[in-house]
Structure formats: structure tokens, C-alpha cells
Design a protein around this ligand. Structure first.
Ligand SMILES: O=P(O)(O)OC[C@H]1O[C@H](OP(=O)(O)OP(=O)(O)O)[C@H](O)[C@@H]1O
Ligand SMILES: O=c1cc[nH]c(=O)[nH]1
Ligand SMILES: [Mg+2]
Length: 213
């Protein structure tokens, strides 16, 4: 499947691919899994904020006063999809410590694979913020589409989604659902299995982050 490269980007940096291979390994323990999710989120966030506009700023160095650049008043909201998305929040906050954090609580019904919502809270002025939805796994796309819908209904204009592993079906569903969303992922995997798990994937991200297997 081919996707619009203006709206969909696979982060193919060597460090990302290296860390992701360790993350996928079934022998990677919870502590290391959590740390790797944080690191991948940071590397991915760096790429997802590459187009933030800059403005001039005057700085007094110890030697002279000169004009430099700073990010031009971008307000960021990080929106993790609970639970697994929470694992990506600290990595993005390390880059943008002033970001606000909203939450969308959802789990997939094991029979229908449809998302079931149990919580939703966004920070104020969501329409003025760059909203970064974070969730390590994009499988059918149902959960991410629901999160995008809640954000759009709340007035969000600049919506970007960061996942770690995605299925082709999920990417297509999300890009078809919202013509303006931008999607970043560390890997585009092969397919979904009958239980709607990503192959080769990494298993259940929430269970692996929290040790609830
Ligand atoms: O694209 P989809 O088919 O909707 O699947 C992806 C969703 O499934 C996982 O969450 P899960 O339901 O396992 O909840 P959890 O994070 O609490 O484990 C994952 O973290 C996504 O939110
Ligand atoms: O492969 C998958 C699919 C959905 N959720 C996960 O955590 N992993
Ligand atoms: Mg889960």
C-alpha cells in the first residue's frame, strides 16, 4: 500500500530501528520495554515537531548581544490513548516541558475489536494547540479514529498522531477518516491477525509496559 508522504511518515532513523528491534523481542523485560518506549517517543516527537515555526529572539551571551531563533509561541497538547499511550508521554514532555496533557481512555472490545471509551479530558484552548495523539499501536485504527474525532469535536485544528508500530489497514483507515491529520510511526508492519493484533508487531503494548501479561 502507498500512502501520501505529506501526511504519513515512517521514522527510519537507524537509532529508531535499532531500539524498535529490541522492543519487539519477547525477551525484553518490562523495565527495558518502558524505557525504550520513552526513548522512541522522544525521537519520534523530534521529527513530528520539525516544522514548528521560529521567530527571532535577542540573547545576551557572556560576550555580546546577538539575534537568534526560538520556537514561535507554539502551544502543545499531548494526548495519550490510555493505557499504552501513557508510556509515550514522558519522552515528548522531555522535549516540550510546558506541554499540557489530555487523556482519552479506551480499550478494545476483545470480540468486536471496537474501542470502548471510559474517559476523556482535554486541556483548555485545544483549538490553539498542536495536538500530538500518542499510542504505541495502530491496528484496526478504531481507537485512533475515535481519539481524532473527540479532538476535532472539541475544536482541535492541528492534529498529529504518533505511533510506534502500525498496520497498513490502520494507516489507511486513519488517513481516509481525516484528510488533515498527520501520522508518524516507527514501523509499518505486514498485517493484522484474526484477533486484530499486528504481525510481526510486539504483542500487547499496554500489557508489556505495565507488566500485566
Ligand atoms: O487500532 P486499534 O484496533 O483500535 O488497536 C489499537 C489499540 O489497542 C491497544 O490498546 P488496548 O485496547 O490493548 O488497551 P490498553 O492500552 O489499555 O492495553 C493500543 O494501545 C491501541 O490503543
Ligand atoms: O498488536 C497490537 C494490536 C493492538 N494493541 C496492541 O497492543 N498490540
Ligand atoms: Mg492493551
Amino acid at each position: 500500500m502507498e500512502f501520501d508522504e505529506n501526511r504519513f511518515k515512517v521514522i527510519d532513523h537507524p537509532l529508531v530501528q535499532h531500539k524498535l528491534s529490541i522492543l519487539r523481542d519477547k525477551n525484553t523485560v518490562t523495565k527495558d520495554f518502558r524505557q525504550l518506549v520513552t526513548e522512541l517517543a522522544m525521537l519520534e516527537g523530534y521529527e513530528a515537531m520539525r516544522d514548528f515555526p521560529l521567530e527571532d529572539c535577542v540573547v545576551e551571551t557572556p560576550l555580546e548581544t546577538a539575534t537568534f531563533k526560538r520556537v514561535a509561541g507554539k502551544k502543545v497538547a499531548i494526548i495519550p490513548i490510555l493505557r499504552a499511550g501513557l508510556g509515550m508521554v514522558d519522552g515528548i514532555l522531555a522535549l516540550v516541558p510546558s506541554a499540557r496533557v489530555g487523556h482519552v481512555g479506551m480499550y478494545r472490545d476483545p470480540e468486536t475489536h471496537e474501542p470502548v471509551q471510559y474517559y476523556c479530558k482535554f486541556p483548555p484552548s485545544i483549538e490553539d494547540r498542536t495536538c500530538l495523539i500518542v499510542d504505541p499501536m495502530l491496528a484496526t485504527g478504531g481507537s485512533l479514529i475515535a481519539a481524532i474525532k473527540y479532538l476535532r469535536d472539541a475544536g482541535a485544528k492541528d492534529v498529529r498522531a504518533l505511533t510506534i508500530v502500525s498496520s497498513p489497514e490502520g494507516v489507511k483507515a486513519v488517513l481516509d477518516y481525516d484528510p488533515n491529520v498527520r501520522l508518524y510511526t516507527c514501523a509499518l508492519d505486514r498485517e493484522l491477525n484474526d484477533a486484530a493484533y499486528i504481525l510481526p508487531g510486539l504483542g500487547d503494548a499496554g500489557d508489556r509496559i505495565y507488566g500485566t501479561l
